[in-house]
Design a protein around this ligand. Sequence first.
Ligand code: G3P
Length: 231
Amino acid sequence: MKLFVDSGDLAKIREIADVYPIRGITTNPKILARIGEKLTPLMPMYKSFAEEKDLKIFFQVTAKRAEEMASQAEKLRLYFGNRLIVKIPATREGYKAVRLCAENNIPTAVTAVHSILQATIAASAGAAYVAPYISHIDNIGADGVACVAGMIKAFQLSGTKCEILGASFRTVDQVKGLELSGCHAATIAPELFDSLIAHPSTDAAMAGFERIWAEAYGTKEITDFLPENLR
Ligand code: G3P
């Protein structure tokens, strides 16, 4: 499953991109609203960071009408180029905008998806991605992971190229559930990344290695035992 970082905070994005094999950055109006007034100077910084690291970058339109959404998509695409994916909400106007963007060869991600039919219709409309909101689905008493499993089955039946980009994760278990269901991608908040790989048994194993090594070789490092020119 491809990983994306769901954030507009460049310091955090950099930190995650330094460690984890992420394929891109996703944002949404809520994420960007937290940044406030600094957004104008941040745009070129997002652009150059995405170029430097060869990442996809997702921005969501804020317009309400399909034609305006498509026009915002075009402007965003002009600025960010081919690595941009335009996020469009799964609303009636949004579906129309997805079709307009598809006619214009602008890749879209239909976002705030909460049902299998929202996803399959987005795929038929020409979306490159659909973004189901796992925690939101869980929080209405349904099952986000099961919903994605249903989308995957429906996508396989139709043979669509559209990818499922799971979003809105609160727990490691939700991410694992999507991984096991064969989901294409997941976008994850910076705060959750370290928990994906943390394991107390790994920490215990490392503590054991360090103690036993120190008892045997003190402060020496493994490379101190190589031929002198490599130490
Ligand atoms: O990418 C979608 C995500 O940011 C929305 O999730 O759970 O913060 O509303 P949430």
